[in-house]
Design a protein around this ligand. Structure first.
Ligand code: BGC
Length: 751
C-alpha cells in the first residue's frame, strides 16, 4: 500500500474513530469550532480552474513572476509595482489602511488580481495566548482551536489573510530555541495541534501555513540552521504526520524548511516538495520558501550562482519565494533560455491563483475592504481576552508540590500575611507574552506581581516585590534587598527562568539550567528558611535538577501570554486546578539530550548492578520528569481498565475504557493519556507511543468512565521505503496521567 493510500485509510478510520470516541459525561472544555471550507469562493472547482486558465492566457511573464514572490513591507516597497499587477503577496504588513490601499491598487490593476497579506501570528495577534509549546501543554484540541480562532479573528479584522503558522516541527532537542514555536516531542500531540490550529485559524478568518516542511525540528545538536539526518521510516512516522494532518484540515500553504535534510537543502529537494507533497499526497496549494532560502542555496553549497539557486528552487517545487528577490531577478532569463519551462511558471501561478480564488479574494463581497475604525475595535475584546485567559490557565504545569494535595504549599487558599515576590520576570510583560509577539501590546498585560497583589490585598495579605536581579541576571547587586525582603516575609514566590528573548530563532543554548546567576539567587532565597514557591517562565524545557530542592512547590509556564499574570494567580491561589502537562520530557542533564519517552527498547535494559546494560556511568537513563507529567491539587485514581474486544481486526478500532475517580478533596481536571506498545513486530517498536487523550473534569469523589477509540490504522509504522505497514499481534496498552502510566492491559490485532 502506498504512503498516500495508507494515509487515506488512516484518515477514514480516524474519522470513524473520532465519531465513536465516547468521553462519558465529560463536557468538552471549549465548544469546538466549525472549520471553514477549503474553498470559500462560492465557485466550483471547475469554475475556478477555468477562470485561472483564462487569466494565465492573458498574463505577461512579468505579471506571472510577480505572483511568485512575497514582498516584505517596508520603506523600499514600490507601490507602483502593485498597480502594474506585478506583486502577488505582501508579508510583514500590519496597518489596515496600508492593506486596504494596496488591495485597491491591485484590484485596479490590468487584470485585477488581488494580493494576499501575510504575517507571522503563532499564538495570537494582539491578544497573545501561551506560546505554542504552552498550548501543546494543554493537551487539549479545543483550547488550541479556540486560540486559533481568536488569532484569526484579530488578524483578519486588520486585513490579513494568511499567517505563517502553525510551526509543526516535532521538536526533541530543548537546546534548539525554536522548540518554543512548536508542539513538542510527540507526533500524535503534534498532529492534534496541527489540525486544531488550522481549523481554529480558518474559523477566525485566517489561513494557515504549515511549516517548516520538513525536518527542521531535528537539526543536529539543537544548533539552529544546522542540518538534520532522518531515516525514511522516522521521517514518515515522526515528522510527516503533523503535516499530513494539517493538510487534511484544509491548510493550503506549506513552507519549505530552509535547513538541510539528509544532505539536501529542502528548498532544492524535488523528492520532498514534488514527489511526496504533490504526487503522493495530492497537495494542490502553494509551497512558499522560508525567508531568503533561495539565495541560501549558495552558502549551502548546492548552487554556484543566483540563477542556479533559482533554477534549483523553482524546479524542486518552490512556487513562491519569500524575501530575497531572486525569482524576480532571475526567472525572466531562465525562462528565455529554456532552463525553466513556461509550464512550470504556469503551474506555480495556477497554484497561487487557485488559493486566491479559494480564499474568496476575487470576490469583493466576500472579502470587503477593512474599515480601520471597525478594525480598531475588533482586537482585545473581552471575549478574546477570556479565551486567552482560559488557554493560559490550562497551559500551566504543576511540577512539584511537596506534601501532595493534603499538605502541599499550594494552592494558597489561606495565604500567609506577608508574601515576597522576587524576580524580574514577575514584573515583565515580555516574559509573559513570549517570542513571536506579533502585535502584542504590553499595555494589555497585567504583570504577575501586580495581579497577585490585587488579588490578595482584600484578604489582608501584603505582597511586596524585589527584583533580585534583572532578567539576564548577570549581576548580584540586588540580591541583598531580595533576601532581606524574603526574611521579612512568610512566603517567597520566586519568578525565574528564561527571559522571553532566549527562545526563538537563532537562540540555541548548551546550558539549560536557570540562566546566569539565577540559581545563586534561588539558593540565597532558599537559605532564608522561608518556604519558596518557584514559578518558571520559559520557552523551552530546562534542566531543573539544581532548582528542584530549593523550592517546595514549582509551577512551570511556557510564556503564558497577555493574560498569563492573571492565569498564574488563578493557579497559585487554587481558583483553577493546574492541568498543564509536559509536552517535552525534562532532561536531568544536557548530556542526555535528545531524551524522549518513546525510545526503542534495548537488548540490555538498565538494571541495577549490571555493568553491561544500557546506562550512563554518571547519570540515570530516565528523564528528570517524563513527557505528559503534571500534578493536580487533587488526586486521581484509575481503575477497571478494559478493552471492548480482546481482538481487533486490521481495519477495526480498539476501544479502551477506564474509570477515573477524583479521590481528593477538591475538584480537578485530569488529562487521561493512552499509550500503546507493539510487542513483537518486524521492526523494533517504541516502548510507548501516545495514541489517545481525554480531558476529564471531576468533582471530589466523582468517577467517570472514559472510552478512548484507537483506530488500528494508527498503530502502523513505516518500512525502509516509507511504506506503511500494520502488523497483526499483541499491543500493550498503558493508561494514566503521564507517559509513565502503570495501569496496563492488551489487545490483539488480527487479520
Ligand atoms: C522563519 C519563518 C518565518 C519567516 C517570516 C523565518 O526566518 O524561519 O518561520 O515564518 O522568517 O517571518
Amino acid at each position: 500500500m502506498s504512503l498516500a493510500s495508507t494515509f487515506r485509510l488512516a484518515r477514514r478510520l480516524a474519522v470513524i474513530g473520532l465519531g465513536l470516541t465516547v468521553l462519558v459525561a465529560a463536557v468538552p472544555p471549549c465548544r469546538a469550532e466549525t472549520s471553514v471550507a477549503v474553498n470559500a469562493s462560492g465557485l466550483s472547482d471547475a469554475e475556478i480552474e477555468s477562470r485561472i486558465t483564462d487569466l494565465l492566457g492573458r498574463m505577461t511573464l512579468e505579471e506571472k513572476i510577480g505572483q511568485m514572490f512575497s514582498n516584505g513591507w517596508g520603506p523600499e516597497f514600490d507601490e507602483g509595482e502593485v498597480s502594474k499587477g506585478r506583486v502577488g503577496m505582501v508579508s510583514t504588513v500590519e496597518e489596515p489602511e496600508v492593506m486596504a490601499r494596496l488591495q485597491r491598487l491591485a484590484r485596479g490593476s490590468r487584470l485585477g488580481i488581488p494580493l494576499i497579506f501575510a504575517r507571522d501570528a503563532l499564538h495570537g495577534y494582539r491578544t497573545l495566548a501561551p506560546v505554542p509549546l504552552g498550548l501543546a501543554a494543554t493537551f487539549d484540541a479545543d483550547t488550541i482551536r479556540a486560540v486559533g480562532r481568536i488569532t484569526g479573528r484579530e488578524a483578519s479584522s486588520q486585513g490579513l489573510h494568511l499567517t505563517f503558522s502553525p510551526m509543526i516541527d516535532v521538536t526533541r532537542d530543548p537546546r534548539w530555541g525554536r522548540v518554543v514555536e512548536g508542539p513538542g516531542e510527540d507526533p500524535f500531540l503534534a498532529s492534534v495541534f496541527s489540525r486544531a490550529m488550522v481549523e481554529g485559524l480558518a474559523s477566525g478568518g485566517l489561513r494557515a501555513t504549515l511549516k517548516h516542511f520538513v525536518g527542521y525540528g531535528a537539526v543536529r545538536a539543537g544548533r539552529d540552521y544546522a542540518e538534520a539526518e532522518i531515516s525514511t521510516p522516522t521521517l514518515a512516522d515522526l515528522h510527516l504526520p503533523p503535516f499530513r494532518a494539517g493538510i487534511e484540515a484544509g491548510a493550503q500553504i506549506v513552507m519549505a524548511a530552509f535547513s538541510v535534510l539528509n544532505g539536501v537543502p529542502v528548498t532544492a529537494d524535488h523528492r520532498l516538495l514534488t514527489d511526496l507533497l504533490r504526487k503522493e499526497w495530492g497537495f494542490d496549494g502553494i509551497v512558499v520558501s522560508d525567508w531568503d532560502a533561495v539565495r541560501e542555496l549558495m552558502p549551502h553549497g548546492v548552487a554556484g550562482s543566483r540563477a542556479e539557486a533559482v533554477e534549483k528552487a523553482v524546479m524542486a517545487g518552490i512556487d513562491v519565494e519569500m524575501a530575497g528577490g531572486l525569482y524576480r531577478e532571475q526567472l525572466p532569463g531562465l525562462v528565455a533560455s529554456g532552463r525553466v519551462p513556461m509550464a512550470r511558471i504556469d503551474e506555480a501561478v495556477r497554484r497561487v491563483l487557485r488559493v486566491k480564488f479559494r480564499f474568496g479574494l476575487f470576490d469583493r463581497a466576500r472579502t470587503p475592504e477593512v474599515d480601520p475604525v471597525v478594525a480598531a475595535r475588533a482586537m482585545a475584546t473581552p471575549e478574546i481576552r477570556a479565551v486567552a485567559l482560559e488557554a493560559a490557565r490550562r497551559s500551566i504545569i504543576l511540577l512539584k508540590n511537596e506534601g501532595g494535595p493534603d499538605a502541599g504549599l499550594l494552592p494558597l487558599t489561606r495565604p500567609p500575611k506577608r508574601i515576597a515576590v522576587i524576580g524580574a520576570a514577575a514584573k515583565d510583560a515580555g516574559d509573559l507574552m513570549g517570542s513571536w509577539g506579533a502585535k502584542g501590546d504590553r499595555a494589555d498585560v497585567t504583570l504577575f506581581a501586580d495581579a497577585l497583589r490585587d488579588r490578595l490585598a482584600p484578604k489582608g495579605v501584603r505582597v511586596r516585590y524585589a527584583e533580585g536581579c534583572d532578567d539576564a541576571c548577570l549581576k548580584t547587586g540586588g540580591f541583598e534587598a531580595a533576601v532581606g525582603l524574603a526574611k521579612r516575609s512568610d512566603l517567597v514566590v520566586a519568578v525565574l527562568g528564561e527571559p522571553w528573548y532566549m527562545t526563538a530563532e537563532s537562540t540555541s543554548r548548551t546550558r539549560l539550567g536557570l540562566p546566569n546567576r539565577q540559581q545563586a539567587l534561588l539558593d540565597r532565597l532558599a537559605a532564608t528558611g522561608k518556604p519558596v514557591v518557584l514559578i518558571v517562565l520559559a520557552g523551552r524545557p530546562m534542566v531543573m535538577v539544581d532548582a528542584w530542592p530549593k523550592a517546595r512547590a514549582i509551577l512551570y509556564a511556557f510564556s503564558p501570554g497577555t493574560m498569563g499574570g492573571e492565569a498564574l494567580v488563578d493557579v497559585l491561589t487554587g481558583a483553577v486546578d493546574p492541568s498543564g502537562r509536559l509536552p517535552m520530557s525534562l532532561p536531568r542533564a544536557v548530556g542526555q539530550i535528545p531524551i524522549t519517552y518513546d525510545l526503542l527498547p534495548t537488548g540490555r535494559p538498565p538494571s541495577p548492578g549490571d555493568t553491561l546494560a544500557a546506562r550512563y556511568l554518571d547519570e540515570e537513563t530516565t528523564p528528570f520528569l517524563p513527557f505528559g507529567h503534571g500534578l493536580s491539587y487533587t488526586r486521581f485514581a484509575y481503575s477497571d481498565l478494559s478493552v471492548e474486544t480482546p481482538t481487533v481486526p486490521l481495519d477495526g478500532v480498539a476501544r479502551v475504557s477506564v474509570t477515573v475517580t477524583d479521590t481528593g478533596a477538591r475538584a480537578g481536571r485530569e488529562i487521561v493519556q493512552l499509550y500503546v506498545h507493539d510487542v513483537v513486530a518486524s521492526r523494533s517498536r517504541p516502548l510507548r507511543q501516545l495514541k489517545g487523550i481525554a480531558v476529564v473534569d471531576l468533582e471530589p469523589g466523582e468517577a467517570k468512565r472514559v472510552t478512548i477509540a484507537v483506530p488500528v490504522a494508527e498503530l502502523g509504522f513505516s518500512d525502509d521505503d516509507g511504506r506503511r505497514v500494520i502488523e497483526p499481534g499483541r499491543f500493550d496498552v498503558f493508561v494514566g496521567g503521564s507517559s509513565a502510566a502503570t495501569l496496563t492491559t492488551a489487545f490483539e490485532v488480527v487479520k
